[in-house]
Design a protein around this ligand. Structure first.
Ligand SMILES: [Zn+2]
Length: 115
């Protein structure tokens, strides 16, 4: 368990240190720090004890005002402070960043095993 405010500070520092190519990939990804998974996230398949999650919503273009948004996806990395320790924030963030860059669970595991 770590305070959500501290997780936010650590995450901001970590994102600032990511390579430019990764940061530009993350431009359209929200990073949300919560105390714990919300009811909506639980209904989307997130487990209560999970440390983090990468969620993509709205695969189809959604009407917005008079036109259509050219970014049809709502992509977000969630970190759950209650399930995290200070030592875990970095590896959990990088795990979810790897998903946001398109890697599946197996590829992320391979990457983590190699690092
Ligand atoms: Zn994963």
């Amino acid at each position: 368990m770590i305070a959500p405010e501290l997780v936010r500070r650590l995450v901001l520092d970590m994102i600032a240190e990511l390579p430019e190519a990764i940061r530009s990939e993350l431009m359209s990804v929200r990073v949300v720090v919560l105390e714990a998974p919300t009811a909506l996230l639980l209904s989307e398949g997130v487990e209560p004890a999970e440390e983090g999650a990468y969620i993509v919503r709205g695969e189809d273009p959604m009407p917005m005002g008079d036109g259509f948004t050219d970014d049809p996806q709502d992509r977000a990395i969630y970190l759950f402070a209650r399930n995290l320790t200070r030592e875990r924030v970095r590896s959990v963030l990088l795990h979810e960043v790897a998903h946001a860059c398109g890697l599946n669970e197996e590829e992320v595991s391979d990457l983590e095993a190699a690092s």
